[in-house]
Design a protein around this ligand. Structure first.
Ligand SMILES: [Zn+2]
Length: 276
């Protein structure tokens, strides 16, 4: 079975602040080492369970965070941006399961470390079918459309709770217990990696047994995004098919999750041009 791994940074053990997650931050160098090590733990766990190949997608910020010289040589990696499928670039029907590592809670969460949905500066809230949709939900829906289930989500306690509520009985690893948006009680990073490796092994084994179902929200998908301000919505509204619902909210009816993600990202790119 081929295994796909999407790796973000906010949900990595030890990370609580943007000073760690931004390239210009003082503690970024340390955080990207932790991120790479958690990716390696998931890769090792997948191979422990008999994975035939592993593809890792760097899914944070400019998507050039993973330290490639330190990456497990058995895996291949996608880095850089712009990528049409963003955090799930390269997902295709040849994969048997997707693992989400270092993920974070969706915008508007309570006690979610660095919670946001794709781009916090412009997206205040993202809903699909009236339900809050986090990055876990959006990315799982794109995987689901291709028939691929998510088998593992790692991150803080809030992220893991949201993942279980959305996806049911998937493997989760709570590497930290979020106290507020910027504070958490962590496992030691080495302990977090042990748990991620074990959980990735369980996830791949369970996927082989058909234990997980692809996440397939009912189509058509009604996307609704509340932007940070009306200028963001003014710019995003240029995407054909967008419906202005109020000063800061746009709606869009998408036939599937792939098109939904493209529209969402086009909105974000346009909206971000208004930031001063
Ligand atoms: Zn991120």
């Amino acid at each position: 079975m081929q295994v796909y791994i999407s790796v973000d940074m906010e949900g990595v053990a030890g990370v609580v602040h943007v000073d760690q997650t931004r390239r210009t931050g003082h503690d970024y160098a340390q955080a990207r080492k932790w991120m790479t090590a958690e990716a390696n733990a998931a890769i090792a766990g997948a191979f422990d369970a008999g994975a035939t190949a592993v593809l890792v997608n760097d899914s944070h910020g400019d998507m050039r965070n993973l330290l490639l010289d330190e990456l497990d040589v058995r895996a291949e990696v996608i880095s850089g941006s712009l990528k049409p499928q963003a955090m799930v670039q390269g997902i295709s029907p040849e994969f048997g399961v997707a693992l989400f590592v270092g993920y974070h809670a969706g915008a508007r969460s309570r006690a979610g470390i660095l919670d946001h949905t794709y781009y916090g500066a412009v997206v205040a809230r993202c809903r699909v079918g009236g339900r809050d949709f986090s990055e876990t939900a959006l990315n799982a829906a794109v995987c689901g459309m291709l028939g691929i289930p998510v088998g593992l989500v790692t991150g803080d306690s809030t992220t893991c709770a949201q993942a279980r509520e959305l996806l049911g009985d998937v493997e989760t690893v709570e590497v930290k217990d979020a106290i507020t948006r910027y504070a958490a009680r962590h496992l030691a990073p080495a302990k977090a990696r042990e748990r991620i490796r074990e959980a990735a092994t369980r996830a791949v084994r369970r996927a082989r047994q058909g234990d997980f179902k692809p996440f397939l929200p009912q189509a058509p998908l009604e996307l609704e995004v509340e932007f940070a301000n009306s200028a963001c919505a003014d710019a995003a509204e240029l995407v054909p098919g967008s419906r202005r619902q109020d000063g800061v909210t746009l709606g869009y009816t998408a036939p599937d999750a792939g098109l939904l993600l493209r529209v969402f990202r086009a909105w974000i790119l346009l909206a971000s041009t208004t930031l001063t």
